[in-house]
Write a protein that binds this ligand. Structure first.
Ligand code: MF3
Ligand code: CO
Ligand code: CO
Length: 261
């Protein structure tokens, strides 16, 4: 792993502002989730909301900084909306309509005065299956267990160690190719936070570091496949997938969640 930046109090304050707008966007969109709405309509509502708060989305025109290889074309939408078997980076579309029983992740990253705030949550459309409820709950608990590992002196690897230990005990799997990441005046930077890792591996956390924890948990196997749009990532076996994300600051005594309203 390369150098991990320690943020100053002023930089932290800006990231907290970006995180707040991100969380407010995720709160606001909840009321619009219903059968028949298109993912592009949801995306447009969130874009209008962010712009009306005077700031912008980090996703529009983003070229990708994926250490597993550059994506071919820039992202065009404001948010990522990932339905059912889509793991992440689902591209909102006019012809993709929500229907009863769908589960979806909405991932929002705002830029406030140059600083980034990145978070995502799961939403459900009407009544969903027991399997859907299970994968959402296992992902949420894995994420909370991972966040609880954040404190100065603890190894980054223990986040992924605890996440994968729990998720696998529930017969779910942890996606390997996409990770948590540092955020600041860049969308993705060091540290890359693995959601499956060896105990006590990777460097130690220090107060002032800021990064996301965003485990992607599949009901089936962990293998992924990329759609022809070069963005949408799905489970290879077609099983359901769920994800939750916060941007987290390491404090002197533990952590602070930066993406809260
Ligand atoms: N918000 C995503 C993450 O958690 C990245 C989205 S990149 C985009 O890292 F271009 F697809 F928006
Ligand atoms: Co992220
Ligand atoms: Co995100």
């Amino acid at each position: 792993m390369g150098k991990i930046l320690i943020k100053t109090p002023e930089q932290i304050a800006w990231i907290r502002k970006a995180g707040k707008l991100t969380a407010q966007t995720l709160d606001m969109i909840g009321q619009y989730i219903r059968p028949g709405v298109s993912t592009l309509e949801l995306d447009n509502i969130m874009n209008t909301f962010i712009l009306s708060n005077w700031w912008t989305s980090a996703c529009i025109d983003y070229l990708g900084n994926n250490k597993w290889g550059k994506w071919a074309t820039a992202y065009t939408r404001c948010t990522c909306i990932s339905l059912n078997d889509v793991i992440c980076h689902g591209v909102p579309r006019a012809d993709e309509l929500l229907k009863e029983g769908d589960i979806l992740n909405i991932d929002v990253t705002t830029i406030v005065d140059g600083y980034f705030g990145d978070a995502s949550r799961m939403y459900t459309v009407g009544e969903v299956s027991e399997q859907a409820k299970k994968v959402i709950a296992v992902a949420k608990k894995s994420w909370e267990i991972g966040i609880a590992q954040v404190r100065p002196g603890n190894h980054f690897g223990n986040i992924g160690y605890e996440i994968s230990k729990y998720a696998e005990s529930q017969w779910c799997s942890v996606v390997r190719e996409y990770t948590g990441h540092g955020v600041w005046v860049q969308f993705h930077e060091e540290p890359y936070v693995y959601h499956k890792a060896e105990r006590n591996s990777w460097p130690k956390m220090q107060a002032g570091m800021i990064f996301t924890i965003e485990p992607m948990i599949n009901l089936g196997k962990f293998a992924t496949k990329l759609d022809r749009d070069n963005w949408t990532v799905r489970t290879k076996d077609g099983s359901l997938s769920a994800q939750w994300e916060h941007t987290i600051l390491v404090t002197e005594t533990g952590y602070e969640i930066m993406t809260k309203a």
